[in-house]
Design a protein around this ligand. Sequence first.
Ligand code: E4P
Length: 217
Amino acid sequence: MKFFADTANVDDIRDLADAGLLDGVTTNPSLIHKAGRDFIEVTREICGLVSGPVSAEVVALDHAEMMREAEILRKIAPNVAVKVPLTIDGLKTCKALTDDGTMVNVTLCFSANQALLAAKAGATFVSPFVGRHDDIGFDGMALIADIRTIYDNYAFDTEILVASVRHPVHVLEAAKIGADVMTAPPAVIRQLVKHPLTDKGIEGFLADWAKTGQKIG
Ligand code: E4P
């Protein structure tokens, strides 16, 4: 499963990329607001930090204006994936861009039928939001399993990009289902490394090492 960082914070992106943990990045208008940086400038910087896809989202709602914005975004770097909302205009934009060789991430997916439409429109990625689905009392992971079944039934190449990941169990379940990608905030990716027995083991080894009175080198 590929790991994307769901953030526009370049320090976090650099840190995770240095550990070999990043296959890409996703941003959205809220994350750009949080980063407090110019959208184009920060997207260009992120594209230079990771070689994989970097999602940059259009904010227009109609197809013509989405295409105009997409034109600007895709010129930033070859690894930009234009992010469009799951609407008819978004799907038209997706079809036009992917036909032209641009990666597209269709976002704000909350049903398996929506995911089916995204695949038919040629999306590179579809982003089902598991956390926001859980928040309103639905089972976000059941949605991922349904999309996996449908995409496998028809051999669609659209990658399932599990989004709105809130905790390590979301990552585990997404991996068990066979999602292609998950995008999570850096804090959740860092949580994956933590285990109390790892910490306890390090503590025990260091205590015993100190008793040897030795040094390495
Ligand atoms: C996905 O691309 C979105 O940026 C993101 O995962 C949304 O997550 P949230 O529901 O935590 O805002």
